[in-house]
Design a protein around this ligand. Structure first.
Ligand code: AQP
Length: 329
């Protein structure tokens, strides 16, 4: 029998999860857990790279756990845990900061450049170094594959470089992981600025649809979404990125094929299309939230505690190996 792959991925509780997080990441995880050993984290130490309200942060960790469960992640098959409860993550990040991670590489990260903008002087060291913490998250579990949205591919590449440098110096400690990016829906774009990805911390709530948005509000957001010039419905991401994004959302949440949608909307305009898309999104959210509401905070806490124990056991073994290799034990 073929050995199962080890998969690691996570989401930071820096805002309300969007349909972008679902389409680009979580929906892939659900499929993967049937044929892989999966570890899914709520990476709260990544969230604090930008200011968070402590009460909101606490609440979101539980909400994201419930979102994982409502989406179909099975805690009997996969490990679900809160990053900050497993100290090996920050310990390894420090070690990698010293062996493997270079300033020059981190400066090239586009997510950092986007978030830092021209205010680099006032940016926390944590925001600059967060890809190293992400590398630690992945490498601790001998991860082979990291399912992510397109925006995180660069960080997985960096993880590979860090692991290779470390292995060159200390021997074959780390497995070299690969990013797994979905073909369709890898980058869901903002509803207001289709050149920007849909992000949960976007200042404008109309730019994204949160998984816990009221379905009626989500329909209104679809109606307000920007569209390109032209009136017919066709899929042309290059020249009509706003419409291409809406078609992707329709296909992903409505379980449809884009070419089929284009054929079905031949001769119809944006009005009909957006109205139907609103219905598809509304139905998806209603069903998703029904499952979400059936899960209590206590259920979520219990899942996190069980996940913590399992993650703790795996990472302690790995840290023993790493500490010995670098000579601190
Ligand atoms: N718009 C997107 N389309 C497809 N995939 C996406 N992901 C995020 N946005 C999209 C994927 O979701 C996973 C979790 O991401 P994260 O929360 O850890 O970090 P992020 O990529 O920075 O997500 P956000 O929503 O943009 O957060 P903020 O606004 O706080 O920075 C990843 O696999 C990511 O690729």
């Amino acid at each position: 029998m073929k050995e199962q792959k080890t998969i690691f991925s996570g989401i930071k509780p820096s805002g309300d999860l969007t349909i972008g997080n679902y389409i680009g990441a979580i929906s892939q995880w659900v499929e993967m857990q049937e044929r892989s050993n999966c570890i899914f984290s709520i990476v709260d130490y990544h969230a604090i790279t930008v200011k968070q309200n402590p009460d909101d942060l606490r609440r979101r960790v539980l909400d994201i756990t419930k979102i994982y469960l409502a989406a179909g992640i099975n805690p009997k098959r996969s490990i679900i845990f809160q990053q900050s409860t497993v100290p090996a993550h920050t310990e390894l990040a420090w070690i990698l900061n010293c062996s493997g991670a270079y300033m020059a590489d981190l400066k090239k990260m586009t997510q950092y450049k986007d978030k830092a903008g021209d205010k680099e002087e006032a940016i926390s060291v944590g925001l600059f170094g967060y890809p190293v913490l992400m590398a630690a998250d992945i490498l601790l579990y001998d991860t082979q594959a990291v399912p992510v949205g397109d925006d995180q591919k660069q960080h997985v590449e960096l993880t590979r470089d860090i692991a290779k440098r470390f292995n060159n110096e200390y021997g074959p400690i780390f497995t070299i992981p690969e990013a797994v990016v979905k073909k369709e829906g890898a980058r869901v774009m903002s509803l207001l600025e289709p050149s920007k990805k849909m992000a949960k911390s976007d200042g404008s709530a109309n730019a994204f649809i949160a998984l816990l948005d009221d379905p009626e509000l989500a329909k209104k957001k679809i109606m307000k979404a920007v569209t390109d010039s032209g009136t017919d419905i066709d899929y042309d991401p290059e020249n009509r990125p706003a419409l291409a994004n809406l078609l992707t959302i329709y296909a992903q949440l409505g379980n449809r094929q884009i070419p089929r949608l284009v054929r079905d909307y031949a001769g119809k305009g944006y009005g009909d299309f957006k109205k139907d898309l609103g219905e598809v999104v509304g139905k998806f959210l209603t069903e998703f939230q029904t499952k979400f509401n059936e899960i209590s905070d206590d259920d979520a806490q219990a899942v996190l505690e069980e996940g913590r124990k399992q993650a703790q056991e795996i990472t302690e073994k790995k840290m023993t190996q790493i500490r010995q290799a670098i000579g601190v034990r």
